[in-house]
Design a protein around this ligand. Structure first.
Ligand code: MF3
Ligand code: CO
Ligand code: CO
Length: 276
């Protein structure tokens, strides 16, 4: 049995119960998420052939520091970077390093800032220089998956409706949905209940209610859905080394749908792609 509880009254640990947040929490999430979005906006011009992911990571740290925010990934379960940078066949949790980005790469940059205790979690794909049409198409399909998932968010529907919308579209486009990672509740916690699966059916999952906050972050592959984690304990790659993409937004459920907290104020939600 799933239970819901008043976020303000609840203990600050993931107990599996679902927090319902009030207006002050929405205001806090708006601020944290907007900072994350502005960081991802600034990275659009920085992502070029020759730039290293460590340079990007340093920028993420500094931009946060300049704005009173700390990256949530820093020292999270032994992770030591301010961002995740996942290139080409890396599905997620790529660790920034000193290798320069190369013309034709596609890279996901995932940033979560903690501002006044609230978590704003978002990621986008960035093409490096000129990329192949197949890579561009995968990014377009994946962004559309995210937006269709978001469109399925409304009180009364189950979280499975999000996964169903994503899986249906991805597979119609002859792509596959990664099963090993999911979206998550968040707020004052980084990873909280419920899990948001990016596949499944509308009758599955928990019923959405106004005040819930969570991420939707589909990982979509051009090849098969299977992934493996490298010996560094973090880097997840496609087993068949096929190209993979991901976009992530943080949303809050409202009376009639949801508010997307991490939307780009500059309209740069899909860097390098035609405006949707
Ligand atoms: N930001 C990622 C997410 O979308 C989580 C990264 S955890 C890390 O949930 F430790 F790998 F950074
Ligand atoms: Co997330
Ligand atoms: Co993220």
């Amino acid at each position: 049995m799933v239970t819901y509880l008043d976020a303000e009254a609840a203990p600050l640990k993931n107990t599996g119960q679902i927090r319902l947040h009030g207006p002050e929490s929405f205001a806090g999430m708006r601020k944290a998420s907007n900072l994350t979005a502005r960081c991802l906006d600034t990275l659009v011009d920085m992502v070029q052939p020759g730039v290293t992911t460590n340079e990007i990571d340093r920028f993420v740290f500094e931009f946060g520091a300049d704005n009173g925010a700390i990256p949530a990934t820093l020292n999270y379960r032994g992770y030591t970077k301010s961002s995740c940078t996942s290139i080409n066949h890396v599905v997620c949790h790529g660790i920034p390093n000193d290798k320069p980005l190369r013309d034709g790469d596609i890279v996901n940059i995932d940033v979560t800032y903690i501002l006044d205790g609230w978590h704003g979690d978002s990621s986008r794909m960035y093409p490096v220089g000129r990329v192949k049409r197949a890579a561009e198409r995968l990014m377009e399909v994946t962004h559309e998956c995210l937006m269709r998932g978001i469109a399925a968010v409304r009180p009364g529907a189950r979280t499975g409706a999000i996964g169903a919308a994503i899986q249906t579209y991805a597979e119609a486009e002859r792509c596959s949905v990664v099963r090993d990672f999911c979206g998550h509740g968040l707020g004052r916690l980084f990873h909280d209940a419920p899990n948001i699966l990016h596949y499944g059916s509308p009758s599955e999952g928990v019923e959405m209610q106004p005040g819930m906050m969570f991420t939707i972050e589909p990982m979509i592959n051009l090849g098969r859905p299977h992934v493996k984690v490298l010996s560094d304990g973090w880097t997840a790659v496609t087993r068949d080394r096929s190209l993979t993409a991901q976009y992530e937004h943080t949303v809050g459920v409202t009376a009639d749908g949801c508010e997307v907290f991490t939307l780009s104020p500059a309209g740069l939600d899909r860097p390098g792609l035609q405006a949707a």
